[in-house]
Write a protein that binds this ligand. Structure first.
Ligand code: HEC
Length: 128
């Protein structure tokens, strides 16, 4: 490879990385605006509350279980748990009180503070 090709390859790689960074930031700010939560804190809460014991959740360490549905693409889903339209509020309601929303669901009530629930929804909304 001559020097010009190397420079061109570096330029292309740099451009691709820059686009990726902009896309990630855009996704994150969209999630913050629509949910009022903090995605990074939500990711931490998903880990600490053990949601990964039942779910596969991209980006959350150790979250690769298949007891419940995978939580990838949560921002693009039409329904939450197959019954509520997918809005930040409905998602928050379901994750804080699955048994109230859908009695008999295999998803247990996991104690989450209001802030944690909002942050978890913010993180899930970064998963397009
Ligand atoms: C004991 C296993 C278990 C744990 C722990 C658990 N879930 Fe679930 N979850 C499920 C099951 C099973 C479903 C499917 C429920 C249904 O559709 O009735 C579900 C459904 C969901 C859904 C709806 C998914 C969809 O495809 O619409 C979300 C969102 C969710 N869980 C988030 C969480 C979060 C956040 C936590 C941690 C606070 C958590 N879950 C902890 C088992 C679990």
């Amino acid at each position: 490879m001559n020097r010009r090709m190397v420079i061109l390859a570096c330029l292309v790689a740099w451009l691709a990385l820059a686009c990726l960074a902009i896309a990630c930031r855009d996704r994150e700010s969209k999630a913050i605006v629509s949910t009022g939560g903090v995605p990074a804190a939500g990711k931490k809460a998903l880990f600490e509350r053990g949601c990964g014991a039942c779910h596969t959740i991209p980006g959350v360490p150790g979250a690769n279980a298949l007891v419940g549905p995978p939580l990838d693409h949560m921002a693009s889903r039409v329904y939450v748990a197959g019954m509520l339209t997918n809005t930040p509020e409905h998602l928050r309601t379901f994750i804080t009180h699955p048994q109230r929303v859908k009695p008999g669901s295999a998803m247990p009530e996991v104690p989450l503070s209001e802030t944690e629930a909002r942050d978890v929804v913010a993180y899930l909304y970064t998963l397009e």
